[in-house]
Design a protein around this ligand. Structure first.
Ligand SMILES: [Zn+2]
Ligand SMILES: [Zn+2]
Length: 250
């Protein structure tokens, strides 16, 4: 297990290397990762696809569930009735075209350039957010072992590691682990979906007293993040802000 100090050293070593590799790409021609049109920028997304991004501007201030109201200070009914364990979800985009295609490429096809683009899009929206500026460590929602074996990539951990390099904070790879697999959420009722991930995570003592960023790729019901955040807080985390590329309505 890497200590926080070792994690920081790894970040200091790999951060510049990661930035150097990315800067090399400015010299290479590319294609849009969604529609395959040629692109001249380093963004890997053509102007048309970029203009089609759906932003999650009007959402619950706690769980980021999209809301119909255009006010920016509302809590959804679910958060009013049963406040979740996390402090806030930051998910600046909706799970809709063209971002859904990027996420699919990243998660199912293990396409790392799609992951890099997702991270760029996230940072474009959240770079100056106080929760990112104040974060003291990062953890990721752990993947299910069978899916990791199939796909060869753990998307939340992959994003968390690179976000940690950018924020110059440690990624606690052992900070949050899965102690059982979660059955598929799709066929379950709303209440059962909420309870399904209960007891699926175990956090380490490394998180004690820390302001954490908990990284996921897509937040759907918020239940996984709730139970993960609850475990992190039971182990003494000072705060848990969830950061995700996209949000779907529950
Ligand atoms: Zn395109
Ligand atoms: Zn909410």
């Amino acid at each position: 297990m890497l200590s926080t100090q070792q994690n920081l050293s790894v970040n200091q070593l790999l951060g510049p290397w990661h930035r150097w590799i990315r800067s090399l790409r400015t010299w290479l021609p590319g294609e849009c990762l969604v529609c395959t049109q040629p692109v001249k920028t380093t963004q890997d997304l053509c102007t048309h696809c970029f203009s089609q991004l759906a932003y999650n501007r009007y959402c619950c201030t706690r769980c980021a569930e999209p809301l119909l109201s255009q006010r920016k200070d509302l809590l959804c009914r679910s958060c009013q009735e049963t406040p979740p364990a996390f402090d806030q979800v930051l998910a600046p985009y909706l799970y809709a075209p063209p971002l859904d295609a990027l996420l699919l490429n990243f998660k199912k096809n293990a396409k790392r350039t799609a992951g890099s683009l997702l991270l760029d899009l996230l940072m474009a929206e959240l770079k100056t957010h106080p929760a990112l500026q104040q974060a003291e460590a990062l953890v990721a929602i752990p993947g299910q072992k069978d899916r990791l074996r199939q796909r060869g990539i753990d998307p939340p951990a992959w994003l968390a590691q690179r976000l940690a390099w950018q924020l110059k904070q440690p990624f606690l790879t052992q900070g949050l682990k899965r102690c059982r697999n979660i059955t598929s959420q799709q066929e379950l009722s709303r209440k059962k979906r909420w309870l399904n991930p209960q007891g699926a995570f175990v956090a380490s003592q490394e998180v004690k007293g820390k302001k954490l960023l908990l990284v996921d790729d897509v937040v759907t019901t918020g239940a996984t993040c709730h139970w993960a955040a609850r475990e992190l807080k039971e182990k003494g985390a000072a705060s848990v802000t969830v950061i995700a590329a996209a949000r779907t309505p529950f």
